[in-house]
Design a protein around this ligand. Structure first.
Ligand code: T5A
Length: 235
C-alpha cells in the first residue's frame, strides 16, 4: 500500500508548524486507531519540511533564510539573492527531498506530514516575487517528478496577522523581512490556488484559536483517512 502526502501551507505565522505537530501527536496518540482500527499498527507517520527536509536541504535552507553574518565577519557583504536564484534553490531543495525522502517513505506506506511544498513556490516566487507562473509550474514538475500531495491543508489568515504572530516569536528571517505588500501577494497566490484545485486544497480558517483550528483539521484528517484506507481496514 502506498503512503499519503499531506501538506500544510499558508503565509508566515499562519500556524502550520504548530498544527502539523498537533496533527502528528493526535494521529499517533489514538487518532489513527479511531480511523484505521488494527491497520494502524502497520502505518507510521513522519514529519518533514521544505526547505530543509534533507541534509542538502538544510544547507540550502540556511542560504535561503538566514540573512545573518557574524558581527566579526570581515568578508564583503554578499549581494542579495536574486529572484531566479531563489527560485532555483527552492527547486533544488525539493528535487532532493522528493527523491531522498518523500518517494521512499511513500513506497513504505508511511503517512507524511510536510510543512510547505509546491504551492509555496507558486505563492512566494510566483505571486510574491512576480516570476513567470508557467515557468514555476514547469520547474515544480521537474523538481517533483510529478509527485503531488494527496491533501493540502491551507491555513488561511490575513498576511498582517500572520506576520505579527511570526514576529512576536523573535527575529525575522530573510523572507519574513519582505514588506507587507509582498506577503499580501503571497496570500493572493494561496487564495487563487485553492480556488483552482478545490479537490486537493482544503481551506481552513486559521484566525481561530489553536485548539479550534486543530479540531477542524482532526475532522478533515478523519474523513480522508476513512476514504483512503476504508477498504484495507475491513476485516
Ligand atoms: N518558501 C518556502 C518559499 O518562498 N518558497 C518555497 O518554495 C518554500 C518551500 C520557510 C520560508 O521559505 C519560504 C516561505 C517561508 O518564508 P519557515 O521558517 O519554514 O521558512 O517559515 P514558515 O513556514 O513561514 O514558518 P513560521 O514558523 O513563520 O510560520 P508557521 O509555521 O505558519 O507558524 P507557527 O506554527 O510557527 O506559529 C507562529 C506563532 O504563532 C503562534 C505560535 O505559537 C507561534 O508563536 N500561533 C498562534 N497564535 C494564535 N492563534 C493561533 N491559532 C496560533 N497558531 C500558532
Amino acid at each position: 500500500m502506498r503512503g499519503k502526502l499531506i501538506v500544510f501551507e499558508g503565509v508566515e505565522g499562519s500556524g502550520k508548524t504548530t498544527q502539523l505537530a498537533r496533527s502528528r501527536d493526535w494521529l499517533l496518540g489514538g487518532g489513527m486507531r479511531s480511523c484505521l482500527g488494527t491497520l494502524r499498527d502497520q502505518i507510521s507517520v513522519v514529519v518533514t519540511r521544505e526547505p530543509g527536509g534533507t541534509a542538502l536541504g538544510l544547507g540550502l535552507r540556511k542560504l535561503l533564510l538566514e540573512d545573518g553574518r557574524r558581527q566579526d565577519d570581515v568578508t564583503p557583504t554578499p549581494a542579495p539573492i536574486q529572484d531566479r536564484a531563489e527560485l532555483l534553490l527552492y527547486a533544488a531543495d525539493r528535487a532532493q527531498h522528493v527523491e531522498e525522502f518523500l518517494k521512499p517513505m511513500l513506497a513504505k506506506g508511511v503517512i507524511i506530514l510536510c510543512d510547505r511544498y509546491t504551492d509555496s513556490t507558486v505563492a512566494y516566487q510566483g505571486y510574491g516575487r512576480g516570476l513567470d507562473l508557467n515557468l514555476i509550474q514547469q520547474l515544480n514538475q521537474i523538481a517533483t517528478d510529478g509527485l503531488e500531495s494527496d491533501l493540502t491543508l491551507w491555513l488561511d489568515i490575513d498576511a498582517k496577522t500572520g506576520l505579527k504572530r511570526a514576529q512576536q516569536r523573535g527575529a525575522a528571517d530573510r523572507m519574513e523581512q519582505a514588506d507587507l505588500d509582498f506577503h499580501r501577494r503571497v496570500q493572493q497566490g494561496f487564495t487563487h490556488l485553492a480556488s483552482t484545485y478545490p479537490q486537493r486544497i482544503v481551506r481552513i480558517d486559521a484566525s481561530k484559536t489553536e485548539e479550534e483550528v486543530h479540531l477542524v483539521i482532526q475532522k478533515i484528517l478523519r474523513q480522508r483517512m476513512n476514504e483512503w484506507f476504508q477498504k484495507l481496514s475491513r476485516p
